[in-house]
Design a protein around this ligand. Structure first.
Ligand code: C2E
Ligand code: MG
Ligand code: MG
Ligand code: MG
Length: 292
């Protein structure tokens, strides 16, 4: 785009981009500062094994508390960071921070809790995801089996050599792979056969209102059956009610995550939550899923 000399940058962008573009630009500028000032943090949301009731894993979720604007949602600032490439240094920090935290959990005696980390499509496509994951593992000393990368269908739908190579190299590192937001992407499932993923995460939009919406109920059952026939585990995200929990147990979903159990927690809160949980009867065990 031609930038007229001497033109005021602010006016230029507000005229060309409209309000959404301006907000995004503002977010990008402030995000850069926030990142440099260590204002981004990771929260951790526990995930429960349906059979044992134990906390077996947790998802790391980025948080940005803006000093003036308050909390800005990752659904807003992640796309902004992807657009300007900042997602790559941010993701490196997320990987390394999450791995360090998982090592702390083990030292604290919380047991072998898998840490799930979201991967960005931009990082996957344009960055050196494999090297960045390896660096985080090496720096932290985390057992690679305790790191789970959450990929999305859009990353795997293309059957290029490059994609196959990245997946092979990640598997060679010993990390686990899961498919996030499963069901919202593509209907071509061939990649499930091609790539060694170990888990499908049913998107929250299907889990919510499972007990009231017949379509959601049918989709959730179909995804669970599909996953099991591929020998994959299924995790449901966004479990908010006991009704959803009961149905997911009945349908033999393997792992549950959602506000019904816990919101994403600050590092210290997460440790306290797990410690407390270790001392009480695990919640999801109430009615073990059993074939009838
Ligand atoms: P996601 O990976 O699908 O993460 C799950 C989202 O569901 C999180 O939103 C979580 O807080 C929310 N959630 C979990 N349980 C419930 C529930 O019971 N009810 C409701 N209403 N929501 C629930 P969050 O933290 O706002 O993150 C949104 C998205 O931003 C994530 O979706 C992920 O795509 C992206 N994201 C977050 N952190 C990172 C990160 O570190 N790196 C990258 N690349 N993306 C991230
Ligand atoms: Mg996720
Ligand atoms: Mg998800
Ligand atoms: Mg989602």
């Amino acid at each position: 785009a031609a930038k007229a000399a001497g033109r005021n940058t602010y006016a230029y962008y507000s005229a060309e981009m409209g309000e959404d573009g301006l907000r995004r630009l503002q977010i990008q500028t402030e995000l850069r500062q926030a990142f440099e000032n260590n204002e981004l943090t990771l929260y951790y949301q526990p995930q429960f094994d349906v059979q044992s009731g134990h906390i077996v894993s947790a998802e790391a979720l980025l948080r940005w508390e803006h000093p003036v604007a308050g909390a800005i949602s990752p659904t807003e600032f992640i796309p902004a960071a992807e657009e300007c490439g900042m997602i790559i240094p941010i993701s490196r920090w997320v990987f390394s921070e999450a791995c360090k935290q998982a090592v702390i959990w083990q030292r604290q005696g919380l047991g072998r809790i898998v840490i799930g980390v979201n991967c960005s499509g931009v990082h996957f496509k344009q960055g050196d995801l494999v090297a960045d994951v390896k660096a985080a593992l090496d720096q932290s000393g985390l057992d690679p089996a305790l790191l789970e990368l959450e990929l999305t269908e859009s990353m795997l739908i293309e059957s290029s050599q490059r994609v196959t190579q990245i997946i092979d190299q990640l598997k060679a590192l010993g990390v686990q792979l899961s498919i996030d937001d499963f069901g919202t992407g593509y209907s071509n499932l061939a990649y499930l056969k091609r790539f060694a993923v170990s888990k499908l995460k049913i998107d929250r939009s299907f889990v919510q209102g499972l007990h009231v919406t017949k379509d959601n109920d049918a989709i959730v059952r179909a995804i669970i059956n599909l996953a099991h026939s591929f020998n994959l585990k299924v995790i449901a995200e966004g479990v908010e009610s006991v009704e959803e929990l009961r149905l997911l147990q009945q349908y033999q979903c393997d792992i549950l995550q959602g506000f019904h159990f816990s919101r994403p927690l600050k590092p210290q809160q997460f440790i306290e939550f797990v410690e407390k949980h270790l001392n009480v009867r695990p919640e999801p065990q109430a009615t073990p899923a059993r074939p009838r």
